[in-house]
Ligand binder design. Structure first.
Ligand code: IPM
Ligand code: MG
Length: 354
């Protein structure tokens, strides 16, 4: 089987970590008899510098032609002065919207080997943490109408959702809950927002199709608090775009391993875009310091969700576990008694364990 993958290394540490993910994919290909066909594309700051636009048309076309996209990271202080439409982040929104990737999966897993890095009291995480945040990614306030009045002293952003937009993401979340512990928390602000009341009614209706799933509704402010008070109450969280942006940062931080967490952006067919949750960390770019594990685990998600290769995905995840067991650490997850390695060596160690 030959798999067409678009690679977008992007900015900062992006190229460093994507290189290690490709290294690991190479070994997976050899061991399991798959051929990966890579094409490289520009997006983000590097695309602004090279062709004057954060998301060149050739990148969009290349991604549309691929079966999956692996993205490193985009952005950095060099481009912070640019206006809204010209910012590197615009590439991400363009890819999400343009490719129709409405379903964003952000697993927040606490690695037992790293439990010391968790900022919460140990008693709160006894038994581990494994939360799946399902974030709506192509609607809401991110994509609504926005602007300024003529005097430019007033601005607005609009949050809007249609029933069908809510249905497709909520259905994904129920399906995921069915494969996990069958608990689904739908997060909204239904005491204030009309979009949230619509969202809630869709969830309640769909719950009838999933009698085995225990559903609850919570307000977003309460969830922000409960995530640090008692995170183990959560299994799958489903929410709209901006609430999901905020809560997924919080959920990843409480695991203490933001450098370890992958993500998938999906639509109804098998196409997906995969990227680490962390940013481009320009301060350590090109210095062999970045942790490539989140990107390597993003490859595992790609194999599982786009190519239905669960054995191969399991092999990557198990390899990461073994490397951590053997006490290898990059600087971001380093602690006393552990063995420090750079980006490249971390990639090699994981590849060797496949
Ligand atoms: C994320 C990021 C993006 C978002 C930014 C960089 C546009 O924070 O992927 O969570 O807000 O969605
Ligand atoms: Mg974010």
């Amino acid at each position: 089987m030959k798999m067409r993958i678009a690679l977008i290394p992007g900015d900062g540490i992006g190229p460093d970590i994507v290189a290690e993910a490709v290294k690991v994919m190479g070994v997976v290909g050899t061991k399991f008899g798959h051929k990966f066909d890579y094409s490289f594309y520009l997006a983000g700051g590097v695309a602004i510098d090279t062709v004057g636009h954060p998301l060149p048309e050739s990148t969009m076309l290349g991604c549309q032609d691929a079966e999956a996209v692996l993205l490193g990271a985009v952005g950095g202080p060099k481009w912070d002065h640019l206006g809204g439409e010209q910012r590197p982040e615009k590439a991400l929104l363009g890819l999400r919207g343009g490719l129709g990737l409405f379903c964003n999966l952000r697993p927040a897993i606490l690695y037992s080997q790293l439990s010391d890095a968790c900022p919460l009291k140990q008693e709160l995480i006894e038994g581990g943490l494994d939360i799946m945040v399902v974030r709506e990614l192509t609607g809401g306030i991110y994509f609504g109408e926005r602007g300024r009045n003529e005097a430019k002293d007033r601005a607005f952003d609009t949050m809007a959702y249609s029933v069908s937009e809510v249905e497709r993401i909520v259905r994904m979340a129920f399906d995921i809950a069915m494969k996990r512990n069958k608990r689904l928390t739908s997060v909204d602000k239904a005491n204030i927002l009309e979009t949230s009341r619509l969202w809630r009614s869709v969830v309640d209706k769909m719950a009838n199709d999933y009698p085995e799933v225990a559903v609850n509704h919570m307000y977003v402010d309460n969830v922000a608090m409960q995530l640090v008070r008692n995170p183990r109450q959560f299994d799958v969280i489903v929410t709209e775009n901006m609430f999901g942006d905020i809560l997924s940062d919080e959920a990843s931080m409480i695991t203490g391993s933001i450098g370890m967490l992958p993500s998938a952006s999906l639509r109804a067919d098998s196409f997906g875009m995969y990227e680490p949750i962390h940013g481009s960390a320009p301060d350590i770019a090109g210095q062999d310091k970045a942790n490539p594990i989140a990107t390597i685990l993003s490859v595992a998600m790609m194999l599982r969700y786009t190519f239905s290769l669960s054995k191969e995905a399991d092999a990557i995840e198990a390899a990461v576990g073994k490397v951590l067991d053997a006490r290898w650490r990059t600087t971001d997850i380093m602690s006393k008694g552990m063995r420090l390695v750079g980006t490249k060596e971390m990639g090699t160690l994981v590849a060797q364990q496949i």
